[in-house]
Design a protein around this ligand. Structure first.
Ligand code: MG
Length: 331
């Protein structure tokens, strides 16, 4: 079957700079796509790469879009190489007729706390709003300073609120060991990507040596990498950013078949891809852990942030996002 294919590259400024151990981001580049089949049914998708995570770049994704031309056939679409996880996510999403989300499932959303002392300033608002889970970015400042902030944070958290830490791979072995020894005595839900993605033996060693749960994020950008870590016997959690991981249907199939301990997380995509992901998570019951989508209003524009995302998300949020409206609104 041939399709009509169009795409719109976008560049959207963030409301505030986005700081992690990878550095600072001030804007998000991506591509909206529209694919219409021979019966006139149109679907929409979003390519939202994060090249610091080792995905294709937006420029490379645009090159693929150019190469697909105005009327690609199924074979051309399916021939997009595996490495282009973001492009494959968007193409598949735009060809999938999502079943109406008839589920009453709801999931908690993890509130993201900014790196450094700013976390302490933001925390009271998050608790007041009723978040049941918070995530704090570490590995940005000096460990000694962050240890102090961690204890200040924990002293202000009610017992029923969980705290996860995300080092974005910034620690060396010694720093990771010091952190994990500290976390062993504290109520931490899990520590995400303590050391760099490629350190297989060190990651497995740390996971076995310390009682705190560890999660892989940068190590498992593509679904294929998650499969490989499963085969290595990873005993912890997998944090997947579905917009980077490849076709959503493959992720769903993997999760339902192998039952990994899974956290689904945002890659700072707009509401278009986010709604497709949250729909899948709720409709297929992929996890019970809080979703990593509490990134707040990162664009400061309701169109791209989507409806206000509170402490719990259900299909009401998904159904309030209209992909065609977003496509039309994008320059
Ligand atoms: Mg992470």
């Amino acid at each position: 079957m041939r399709h009509r294919f169009r795409y719109k590259p976008y560049r959207l400024p963030f409301r505030f700079p986005w700081r992690t151990a990878h550095g600072e981001r001030r804007e998000r580049e991506g591509i909206y796509i529209r694919l219409e089949d021979e019966n006139g049914r149109a679907g929409f998708g979003e390519i939202a790469p994060l090249d610091e995570f080792g995905t294709e770049s937006t420029a490379e994704a645009a090159e693929i879009c150019r190469a697909l031309g105005d009327s690609p056939d199924d074979a051309q679409i399916e021939a997009v190489p595996l490495r282009f996880g973001c492009v494959r996510f968007a193409l598949t999403a735009s060809r999938t007729v999502a079943a109406p989300a008839n589920t009453t499932a709801r999931l908690p959303v993890a509130a993201l706390l900014p790196a450094g002392r700013a976390a302490l300033e933001v925390l009271p608002d998050k608790l007041e709003a009723g978040f049941l889970c918070c995530k704090w970015k570490v590995g940005v400042g000096r460990a000694e300073e962050e240890f102090g902030i961690l204890d200040d944070l924990l002293s202000r958290l009610p017992d029923y609120v969980r705290l996860r830490l995300d080092a974005n791979g910034a620690w060396d072995r010694r720093t990771a060991e010091r952190w994990l020894a500290r976390c062993a005595e504290r109520p931490i839900e899990f520590v995400e990507q303590p050391v760099a993605a490629g350190n297989h033996d060190l990651l497995l060693g740390l996971a076995h040596d310390f009682p705190v749960k560890l999660a892989l994020d940068e190590s498992v950008v593509h679904l294929q990498a998650a499969r490989e870590w499963q085969a290595r016997g990873w005993p912890g959690i997998f944090v997947l950013k579905p917009a980077l991981a490849g076709p959503l249907a493959e992720l769903i199939d993997w999760a339902r078949t192998t039952k990994p301990d899974l956290v689904l997380s945002s890659s700072l995509e707009t509401a278009l891809a986010r709604a497709q992901i949250i729909h899948a998570v709720l409709a297929h019951d992929l996890t019970t852990r809080a979703l990593g989508f509490g990134v707040g209003d990162i664009f400061g524009d309701r169109r791209w942030d989507g409806p206000f995302l509170g402490t719990l998300v259900d299909t009401g949020w998904v159904n309030a996002v209209n992909p065609e409206e977003l496509w039309n609104a994008m320059n």
